[in-house]
Design a protein around this ligand. Structure first.
Ligand SMILES: Nc1ncnc2c1ncn2[C@@H]1O[C@H](COP(=O)(O)OP(=O)(O)OP(=O)(O)O)[C@@H](O)[C@H]1O
Length: 260
């Protein structure tokens, strides 16, 4: 689905990503792990079009998409979840979903004047789709709740729901488990699997919670110092000595920095 080829990104003298290569196969839930500062977020930002690589290529469904902007990639089906924006917290869960589809007629004043019926129809369809998404996520009971009042886990589910309002093919999740209680985490994991199985989504996710990685991801790609250290199923990555060293090295480094 996505082939990352010798990708690098430097910020001044810092090589955040340094010759990173791996494939995200269609229909997988690929987990990206690695110690702090390994380059995971920077890599995600490049795949999602937040910034262009310094060198290397990103091939998506056989097409070179290196350097395309986030909105261009969004229209091709590469969707990244983001925290619900501050101003959206004052909207209900359903309204948050209804805000997602791009280019709604209702946003265009001229079309609004000339085609009220069209706008009404489209709004009705978007509302219906939003309600279906809430039902799928078993969130119908919080339909009219303000997003700002939702728990961390409910917000994560709603963020996942926002991707379902689009024509997503690849969904990039940045630490979906962060701040989510165990019960909702299990539900979130089930929803991700269900979206893969029933809607054919491909997922790539950055995660520090190893339980979630073990439960959800195959393959797991471990990054260190901007490159891929190893990849494979969770067990093989977990028992890899270089991986252990990378994690231990990084925590020892942090401890030393903390003491300094
Ligand atoms: N905008 C930036 N400007 C300068 N340096 C940056 C920038 N973004 C990231 N870096 C540096 O690039 C390296 C990789 O950072 P990145 O955030 O991609 O790692 P990460 O694996 O996501 O870490 P974490 O797990 O802590 O989020 C780090 O040394 C970081 O300080």
């Amino acid at each position: 689905m996505i082939s990352i080829q010798s990708l690098s990104k430097s910020f001044g003298g810092v090589k955040a990503v340094n010759g990173c290569s791996f494939d995200i196969e269609q229909g997988t839930i690929t987990g990206l792990i690695g110690p702090n500062g390994a380059g995971k977020t920077t890599l995600f930002n490049m795949i999602a079009g937040a910034f262009a690589p310094t060198s290397g290529k990103i091939i998506y469904q056989g097409q070179d998409v290196t350097g395309l902007r986030a909105d261009q990639l969004f229209h091709k089906g590469i969707v990244r979840t983001f925290q619900i924006p501050h101003e959206f917290e004052r909207m209900t869960a359903l309204e948050n979903l209804m805000m997602v589809p791009p280019g709604q007629n209702g946003e265009n004043l001229f079309r609004t004047w000339f085609s009220w019926a069209g706008v009404r129809n489209q709004e009705r369809e978007v509302r219906k789709k939003g309600e279906e998404v809430l039902e799928f996520l078993q969130l119908t009971h919080i339909r009219d709740e303000l997003a700002g009042n939702l728990s961390g886990g409910q917000k994560k589910l709603l963020e996942l729901g926002r991707t379902m309002m689009t024509e997503a093919k690849v969904v990039l999740l940045d630490e979906p488990g962060a701040g989510v209680n165990r019960t909702l985490l299990a539900k979130l994991a089930e929803m991700i699997k269900q979206l893969r199985d029933e809607r054919g989504y491909t997922f790539a996710l950055i995660e520090h919670d190893m339980d979630l990685i073990a439960h959800l991801c195959d393959p797991v790609v471990c990054m260190a110092q901007g490159a891929v250290l190893c990849q494979g199923d969770f067990e093989s990555v977990r028992s890899n000595e270089e991986v252990l060293e990378a994690y231990l090295g990084s925590s020892a480094h942090q401890e030393t920095e903390g003491k300094a």
